[in-house]
Design a protein around this ligand. Structure first.
Ligand code: HEC
Length: 166
């Protein structure tokens, strides 16, 4: 069609091309905005298990959660189940202390969070039977992080420092 176009038709073709270009840029921009919004949403819905024993709010929330959910087995003062370390009469594993005499501080936070989420069901059969409930549908991620903030806030500095390196 190019040869027989009048001056006016050529102008119209140019205008159309320009319009198409503008539309493409706008579609591109809209796609970019959607992408940014989707990324922001994805980030904001990522559960946060933040553990911070230096944060008083997190420690206070964690103590509340601990007293209600954990103290009955792990002890009101993190001292572990009565008779921990002695053979059990009912065949169940006893709840270990969470203070510095236990082995909680031998594990990194990822392991501890996973243990709380899954409870005793995570253990292979040959390790033994643990009645610890899975907390992933009982506690919010922030509460699971907070209970560890509380536990860790009670540890002597040296123990806390060693655990932080795991
Ligand atoms: C019904 C008793 C019971 C309750 C309630 C309970 N636990 Fe436990 N927990 C256990 C027993 C038994 C073990 C040892 C076997 C195992 O690892 O499951 C254990 C193990 C753990 C461990 C792994 C420690 C390690 O060194 O491997 C963590 C962490 C833990 N519990 C945290 C918690 C927290 C936090 C709560 C409360 C939100 C809680 N538990 C509630 C019985 C309980």
């Amino acid at each position: 069609m190019s040869k027989h176009l009048t001056k006016r038709e050529r102008k119209e073709v140019k205008q159309r091309q320009k319009r198409n270009k503008t539309i493409m840029v706008m579609v591109g921009l809209a796609a970019l905005i959607l992408l940014v919004v989707a990324a922001a949403l994805a980030l904001s819905s990522t559960p946060s298990y933040a553990v911070d024993p230096t944060n008083p709010q997190s420690v206070a929330l964690g103590k509340q959660v601990y007293d209600v959910q954990c103290a009955s087995c792990h002890g009101a003062n993190l001292e572990g189940q009565e008779g921990y370390g002695q053979p059990s009469e009912d065949g169940l594993l006893k709840a270990p202390p969470h203070d510095e005499t236990g082995h909680t501080w031998h594990h990194n936070n990822a392991y501890l969070i996973e243990s709380i989420k899954k409870g005793g069901a995570r253990l292979p059969a040959d390790v033994g039977v643990s009645a610890m409930p899975p907390y992933e549908n009982i506690l919010k991620p922030a509460e699971i992080g907070a209970v560890l903030s509380y536990i860790q806030s009670t540890w002597p500095e040296e123990i806390a420092a060693q655990q932080a390196m795991r």
